[in-house]
Write a protein that binds this ligand. Sequence first.
Ligand code: PRX
Length: 645
Amino acid sequence: MNYPYQIKSYEQYKADYKKSIEQPEAFWAEIATHFTWRKKWDKVLEWNFTEPKIEWFKGGKLNITENCIDRHLATMGDKPAIIWEPNNPEERVRIVTYNRLHKRVCQFAQVLLNNGVKKGDRVCIYMGMVPELAYAVLGCARIGAIHSVIFGGFSAQSIADRLDDAQAEFIVTCDGAYRGEKVIPLKSVIDDALVGNKTIKRVIVYTRTRTPISMIKGRDVWWEDEMEYAEHQVEKDGIVSLPAVEMDAEDPLFILYTSGSTGKPKGVVHSTAGYMIWTNYTFINTFQYNKGDVHFCTADIGWITGHSYIVYGPLSAGATSLMFEGIPTYPDAGRFWDIVEKHKVNILYTAPTAIRSLMSFGLVPLGGKDLSSLKILGTVGEPINEEAWHWYDENVGKKKCPIVDTWWQTETGGCLITNLAGVTPAKPSWATLPMPGVQPILVDEKGEEVTEKDENGVIKGNLCIKAPWPSILRTTYGDHERCRTNYFATYPNLYFTGDGALKDEEGFYRITGRVDDVLNVSGHRIGTAEVENALNMHSGIVESAVVGYPHDIKGQGIYAFVICNHFHGGEEQTRKDILQTITRVIGAIAKPDKIQFVNGLPKTRSGKIMRRILRKIAEGETGSIGDTSTLLDPNIVDDIVQGRL
Ligand code: PRX
């Protein structure tokens, strides 16, 4: 059998689901036995959502890299762990076997030790999509250092805030990263982030683009030099190896910053054993992975999708994970299809925004491409509209590949609600059924379970989860209270996702989107408060309010209403200056699509901005925009509607 805990039929799904709810400890204990432990756990689960305190496999000892690498070596050492496809299709593909991965991870772990990194230390990783990024992540895990990967699109200021929050002392970066035609000067961004920084002891720089960079004596070292030196240290009888550090099941594995409804991103903390088991279990079941399949997740490792379904999930399953450095439209919009053909990809996992963007190029880029290796398609990150779903199904899957619509979050570590490819039913634009171990509940504003159905038999409410699954976040770094108030205090004894959802008569779920002040732009999570804070830093801006609006490609666009008292060089120039401010403060991903200059914002008498009204205006509502009678100055609304972009 392929994997003993792979669900092979709808009936088995139902039986496993039932067992996972009725006897969660027995259910997960059985699955956990299929992993490599240094010491078995004492207790499978202890939890309460009030503190919150969640412990899975307490007392168990392990190292996740032994599960992702070492245990595969005897039987699969020469099989590809990572296939790396470069930005430029003319450049050489790299195939990293499990043996090679083991060598490189051990070597890099030694580099970290040589540079003073100890168990529990935070290491910030700001790299492009090169195999060395995977070595860096796993090298940290090998010695028990906590990695905090930052997406290459974030600005120096964002990095500085994250370094400070995590009290990180080490950075791993690249000179630059290729992204389509552009070269992103990563090291130079790091240098800006480090101006005035006194805590960073070491910056390790991998050479990718050979962009000229500044190397500071005593602080900055080259990856290549360090690796060469380390190789001799860890080599014995021709074999490069470094023992993995024994970790507690609940020791933190990584921090990943994500946006919430407040202005400051939170450092979501994931544990070791629970995260490992969940990413492995969901990878094998959602994608129905079979040994030897090539799995292509198009995400960046800077986001949770890359952590869970490029690195930890696939590697713990001994899979072949395809890692792509470029963008879907370079050198042309046929890039994904070329990769599928070239590497005989079996599973393609991407975001609705990428599908919509490729749809806009029509069918020409697909012409003549052999996609017959594809067996399973997946989407993640945002609701998928039916049109995109059918386009994907017909033109990419040729109507023979099941599509999994996987709903989950940075905080959940892996998929929570999704169909299992070809095993449980799919329904376009519905994420469908919960994974075993996941107990969703839809509640109203007061936290009462919604049971009333509409005329179509559908229940609508705020999506919460009743009990912990193994990879639920454990805390937000350095501020446990923030974790409690954000996720566990809105509704007592429930984890609140921040999403709204529908449930149909079959018990299928459809995620309708965020119900808090969080936007989902091209599958990237951005807090409106974060964008407003950045806007308000611009010298001419007095006040601002940011809302989302439907965008054909991005899913949601960012609409900023801005009161500006000084237009230096005119309105158009000021708009450009404001965009530059956003790029500096957060990063280009948070640039508003529309900036409307207004004379005032709709506020209640107590001074609260009525976002409901702004949202309607941004959405292009032509009819009523709702009750404005409670506003301090209702006339402001007419002005804003007049000036709508
Ligand atoms: O609103 C949901 C949306 O993305 C949010 C989580 O974003 P992030 O933490 O960045 O993780 C994205 C990758 C897992 C959710 O709160 N979302 C994610 N997947 C789906 C989705 N919305 C609808 N359908 C999905 N399949």
